[in-house]
Ligand binder design. Structure first.
Ligand SMILES: [Zn+2]
Length: 314
């Protein structure tokens, strides 16, 4: 009798665990706590502001690489790093774009690639008379927040029972702060043909300003992506604004648009602490970052299961 009761209790326990496993939907693994954890690490003083090419910048890249590996994303051409040369001809240094690949489930559509990207680098320690006490520009919002978003989305997609039809390439770019160097290098040396790259979604600064405000940049050039985002936003309810296209050339979506890959830029706007030692992890709005990262997830899920092709409009 005791044994029977034990077996009964064990069955209940297993059924409960099974039900829980099914009910935690992948998008719900994208949480403020997860994003804050990544941001805390990337924007810590130990990483010195993640300038590339420096050892601290390499530490940030290595962190993203370890995360991609732990989720089960695949390398491309045998590596999670795309090496980007930088510097004068006689003193070339290398920094990395970090890549992780999730192959699509459809035998035809898996040849088509969706890119979800964000830059992990920032501007590193600066000597400035304005900030004599603290010279580390932590770059929590710019752009540990977007990088955290890429990692959280990567994890969520690898947890899906039904993988999306199209393939997804997650990229944490280096060298954005040097002038979009990593993303420009990618576009000139793409790991998958750009003609098969259906869209690029860029997150750069997703965790400051009014809690419900989200700017979508490049919506005029990518009207189909704008429409998809508006539909998916019904699940999230951000207040979408389109009046920040002055930043259309200011982040990693730009080289893709220039190569006619449709792209939109998720952005919460400039703020007083941008590019200062005060862009620190303990003042970002991780709840807002959660909403935006989930919105980008829904966009990506739609695009990766779509069979339509989108265009860049001039
Ligand atoms: Zn940035």
């Amino acid at each position: 009798m005791r044994l029977l009761k034990g077996i009964f209790m064990l069955s209940i326990l297993l059924i409960t665990i099974e039900l829980q496993a099914q009910t935690v939907s992948p998008v719900n693994t994208i949480t403020a706590a997860v994003l804050q954890k990544h941001i805390n690490y990337l924007a810590s003083d130990a990483l010195l502001g993640r300038r590339v090419p420096t050892p601290a910048g390499d530490s940030a890249a290595a962190y993203v690489r370890r995360e991609f590996i732990s989720y089960g994303l695949k390398p491309v051409n045998g590596s999670y790093y795309q090496d980007v040369p930088w510097g004068k001809e006689n003193n070339k240094k290398i920094f990395h774009n970090v890549v992780g690949f999730l192959e699509g489930s459809d035998p035809v559509l898996k040849k088509e690639i969706l890119i979800i990207g964000a830059h992990y680098d920032h501007v590193g320690p600066y000597k400035s008379k304005n900030f004599p006490q603290d010279s580390i520009f932590n770059g929590a919002d710019d752009n540990a927040s977007g990088t955290a978003g890429v990692m959280a989305l990567a994890k969520a997609f690898t947890l899906m029972n039904d993988r999306p039809k199209r393939s997804i390439l997650f990229i944490a770019f280096g060298g954005e702060e040097l002038g979009l160097v990593g993303s420009t290098y990618y576009c000139n040396n793409p790991l998958f043909p750009l003609e098969n790259t259906v869209a690029m979604l860029n997150m750069d600064m997703i965790s400051r300003n009014a809690p419900d405000l989200l700017y979508i940049v490049a919506s005029k050039k990518s009207p189909e992506l704008k429409a998809i985002n508006e539909k998916e936003n019904e699940k999230i309810g951000m207040r979408l604004e389109y009046n920040q296209d002055v930043f259309i050339n200011s982040s990693d979506h730009a080289p893709f648009l220039n190569k006619k890959v449709p792209a939109i830029f998720f952005f919460t706007g400039v703020n007083k602490v941008l590019h200062s030692p005060k862009d620190e992890a303990d003042t970002i709005d991780s709840g807002k970052a959660e909403k935006i990262a989930r919105l980008v997830f829904y966009n990506a899920l739609f695009i990766a299961n779509d069979s339509n092709h989108y265009k860049v409009v001039n």
